[in-house]
Write a protein that binds this ligand. Structure first.
Ligand code: SAH
Ligand code: SF4
Length: 349
């Protein structure tokens, strides 16, 4: 009961103290989770009706100069399959996606020096010139403010940069010393100030995560007020230092999705691929926890498996752009409508 009162207070005021977050996340049960899910679904319904937005995910490069301990694309993973799509291949993905009804394209990749800033700007310009009615989201990691400005000027509308963890010591457990949590947060502030619709987020169950570090994540989201929040379970990749760690909990992931929805109301909240991978019917479960976005894979089929952030990544069925009709039908049975259209973040009254 006490937890449900805390959830009520989060709903009413959009805020909890750090200790309250930690206590809630340390000790909740199934009835608390369902209580939050029901409120989250009602909140999503108030702001978006029964509409679910779709984004086509194009994983355009698997090269990365970083060495995040959790990720299969880290530079030290000599067994990773590396590829870079050509501009032509990327435009073909967009063309296919447009035909399937996608009006947002997400360009995601490692921090790849092979794609210079100029090359990325030209690519952004080419996509926006050909499909001016579409939104373009970038997810290419940490860059200088000036570069973020050039991408924006070239036509990029949105940017996904998960903060990964808001606790500095935990950040240090997940990343090599040359990566800084302050810089990551500074990037998020810059992106928002430039005018991007900006997304942060984190993995659930990453090694070293505790109710206290999760409390810090929720406080950060409450302070940053991002337009989007990506939350998915941590899943191990065998050729990383965390290859033998346990996967994150799907129940906790779903609970956190609901709590973010209750706190941030009109935020764009995807049911992530990692959730779809870890849990059968994960996309649907995410939506029934308060998510309102899905991002099916629009990369060329042959390379999807090479973009291996973690083991076992799903890239067929509900996770694949060409499976959109099946997903549409399954969501329709749950009372939801997959809509075409950019699905921009909107100020709420
Ligand atoms: N290089 C960019 C974008 C690609 S990685 C960046 O790092 O921002 C996109 C996201 O995948 C990361 O933010 C991380 O949260 C997630 N990810 C990486 N490895 C993962 C793993 N082992 N399990 C679950 N999610 C993972
Ligand atoms: Fe590179 Fe992103 Fe993977 Fe880190 S999480 S190694 S930045 S692709």
């Amino acid at each position: 009961m006490r937890n449900q009162e805390v959830i009520d207070r989060l709903e009413a005021g959009g805020y909890l103290e750090r200790e309250e977050w930690a206590a809630l996340l340390a000790d909740f049960d199934e009835s608390d989770r369902l209580y939050a899910a029901q409120k989250a679904v009602a909140t999503a319904n108030r702001y978006f009706g029964n509409r679910i937005y779709i984004r086509g995910l194009i994983e355009f490069t698997s090269y990365c100069k970083n060495d995040c301990y959790y990720c299969g694309l880290r530079r030290s993973n000599t067994r990773a399959a590396r590829y870079r799509l050509t501009e032509e291949e990327i435009l073909t993905c967009c063309e296919t996606g447009y035909g399937l009804g996608f009006r947002t394209f997400v360009l995601q990749g490692g921090e790849d020096g092979g794609f210079s800033d100029e090359r990325l700007c030209a690519l952004i310009g080419a996509i926006k010139e050909r499909w001016p009615d579409c939104a373009l989201t970038l997810s290419v990691g940490e860059r200088e403010a000036d570069v973020y400005r050039r991408f924006y000027a070239a036509g990029a509308d949105r940017y996904l940069l998960r903060h990964e963890t808001a606790d500095a010591a935990h950040y240090g457990r997940l990343h090599p010393p040359e990566m800084s949590p302050d810089h990551r947060i500074a990037c998020l502030d810059t992106l928002k100030a430039i005018g991007y619709q900006t997304g942060c987020g984190f993995m659930v169950g990453s090694p070293g995560q505790t109710p206290e570090t999760l409390a810090a994540d929720m406080m950060l989201i409450g302070k940053l007020h991002p337009h989007m929040v990506g939350i998915g379970p941590f899943l191990p990749h065998k050729d990383t230092p965390f290859g033998r760690e346990r996967a994150g909990s799907c129940e906790l992931t779903l609970f956190l999705i609901s709590l973010v929805r209750i706190m941030e109301k009109n935020v764009l909240l995807p049911a992530t691929t990692a959730l779809g991978t870890a849990l059968p019917g994960g996309r649907e479960a995410g939506i029934l926890a308060g998510a309102n976005v899905v991002m099916p894979n629009l990369s060329p089929a042959g390379i999807r498996e090479k973009y291996a952030l973690y083991d076992g990544k799903k890239c067929t069925g509900a996770e694949a752009a060409e499976g959109i009709d099946g997903l549409r039908e399954r969501l329709r049975r749950l009372g939801y409508e997959v809509v075409s259209g950019r699905g921009d973040w909107k100020e709420c009254k």
